[in-house]
Design a protein around this ligand. Structure first.
Ligand SMILES: [Zn+2]
Length: 195
């Protein structure tokens, strides 16, 4: 399998899982479909979907979305004020969710409005990165190639047999935020002092 055909296969499997979890016909699900307003998903469906994706692809999905993660990081006030997303929040969404249309990131975007911007490819982006991170993992002990373990959701070295945890979706989101913070030249502390 070439990398391209493997990715194409995984994309197809991914779309099938989304359709099944949201009780939709496969052809109704496009990468640009919005999960809530277009596909009618509810929070519980999304939990179910994340779980199905973890089982199928043997990955560890993040448990929080970008906004929740951002206000844990910067403090809620820095990201949301009176239900409206702040300028910092909008910049974070613009950088970390590149699939979102810039025109939708207006100054009065609410938390509910943000939720509605989440698309099928927002999820796929995370799945893709976790799959790539998994394949790029080398054994810490011998540098050998790691593959999915037979029974546990973990990796096992094909050379020395030592195991390693799956790349963490939570850690992926956290490192994205740290990178954005560096790029924007801000820090949570400076942000607090500015108030
Ligand atoms: Zn090894």
């Amino acid at each position: 399998l070439t990398k391209q055909s493997q990715e194409a296969t995984e994309r197809k499997i991914f779309l099938g899982i989304v359709a099944r979890a949201l009780d939709r016909k496969r052809e109704e699900v496009r990468m640009s479909s919005r999960l809530f307003s277009e596909l009618g998903s509810e929070s519980l469906d999304l939990l179910d979907l994340a779980f199905s994706l973890e089982m199928e692809f043997r990955i560890s999905m993040p448990r929080t979305d970008l906004l929740v993660r951002a206000y844990e990081f910067f403090g809620e006030e820095a990201v949301i004020q009176d239900g409206v997303i702040t300028e910092l929040g909008l910049r974070l969404i613009g950088k970390l969710m590149p699939e979102v249309d810039r025109a939708d990131l207006g100054p009065s975007l609410t938390v509910i409005g943000f939720r509605d911007l989440i698309r099928v490819d927002s999820l796929y982006r995370v799945v893709r990165r976790l799959l790539d991170a998994k394949r790029a993992t080398a054994c810490l002990h011998c540098g050998g190639k790691m593959v999915d373990a037979a029974d546990e959701p973990e990796l096992v070295c094909t050379v020395c047999g030592k195991t390693a945890p799956l790349p963490s979706g939570e850690a992926l989101l956290a490192s994205d935020l740290e990178e954005a913070v560096k790029e924007f030249g801000i820090s949570p502390q400076r942000n607090d002092r500015g108030r």
